[in-house]
Design a protein around this ligand. Structure first.
Ligand code: KPL
Length: 297
């Protein structure tokens, strides 16, 4: 397949590398000006992929968008005329809230959304480390996307494991619950995920998850609140030694994904006239740090 990966950050590079090794014609689209993009994964020899070549976009069978949620619009809008109306577009990012934009601007394209638990980070522009093997799920965002279930096999062949999920929205909401609970708290308290297992965080985690569960119920999902909380504690335990992505963004004074994690929850809660004060407080605190900085607290 002709595949363009938009946003070769850590996860984008991981996929670009494996899709290339699986025999696909892979190129990338990045903010870098060069026409080639050099990529090394772990100890493997470097590969060279075409970068920012409109012809590749025009010929793409699949565009895999791996930029952060808040970058999806700004990455796709300038190039939308280069994208064939039949090209499959799959987004893969933390958080939720980009589907309205995609459905509005790419209504003729098969649209898909994927979530992955693979861990990767960039040592440098060219060097990516695959830090943890994970699992990927992909599902459709529109009826045309439903016809692209074979994509899960394409992805699974390149980087196992990957499965098709008919109920990808539920999977995304479950992940959103985990991110609403873990990410803002670890960023605010400047702690690793594992430190949230302390009894002092129990009430707050319970309240955060309870609010997410209420919103999910209003969205039509059948939610078991205690199971959702148990999942949060499982992730805290499994990723105890990690700093969450929001912790890292705030620590490095980068824009975080708060608008597409807690912010998405708040906007859906608002549609249902539901108050979610515990999440609102964390949202406000993170926005405050993003705009004013931690020193002015
Ligand atoms: O997805 C994550 C993130 O950091 O964004 C978790 C699951 C919380 C792991 O750190």
């Amino acid at each position: 397949m002709n595949i363009v990966v938009i946003g070769p950050g850590a996860i984008g590079s991981l996929w670009a590398y494996h899709l290339h090794q699986a025999g696909h014609r892979v190129s990338v689209w990045s903010t870098k000006p060069h026409s080639y993009f050099k990529l090394r994964l772990d100890e493997s020899p470097a590969i060279e992929l075409a970068n920012n070549q409109p012809r590749m976009l025009q010929q793409a069978d699949l565009i895999l968008v791996t930029v952060k949620a808040w970058q999806v619009e700004q990455a796709l809008l300038p190039i939308r005329r280069e994208i064939n109306p039949e090209t499959m577009i799959a987004v893969m990012h933390n958080g939720m809230g980009t589907s309205d934009f995609l459905i509005k601007h790419f209504s003729t394209n098969p649209l898909l959304v994927a979530k992955t638990t693979h861990g990767a980070y960039k040592l440098s522009d060219q060097q990516t480390c695959h830090t943890g093997k994970g699992h990927t799920q992909i599902g459709s965002l529109n009826p045309l996307g439903e016809q692209c279930q074979f994509l899960s096999q394409v992805l699974a062949h390149a980087l196992p494991e990957c499965g098709w999920n008919d109920n990808i929205q539920l999977a995304l909401w479950n992940k959103l619950a985990i991110n609403c609970a873990i990410n803002p708290l670890t960023a605010l308290h400047n702690i690793k995920n594992g430190e949230l297992a302390a009894p002092s965080f129990k009430q707050q985690l319970t309240d955060l998850v309870s609010e997410v569960a209420s919103v999910m119920t209003l969205q039509g999902f059948d939610v078991d609140e205690s199971q959702l909380l148990a999942q949060v504690y499982q992730v805290i335990d499994k990723t105890a030694q990690n700093y969450s992505s929001m912790h890292q963004d705030i620590h490095h004074q980068r824009r975080s994904e708060i608008d597409y994690i807690t912010g998405h929850l708040l906007s859906v809660a608002k549609l249902h006239n539901l108050k979610t004060p515990v999440n609102q407080k964390l949202y406000d605190a993170i926005k405050h740090i993003e705009t004013v900085g931690r020193n002015h607290d």
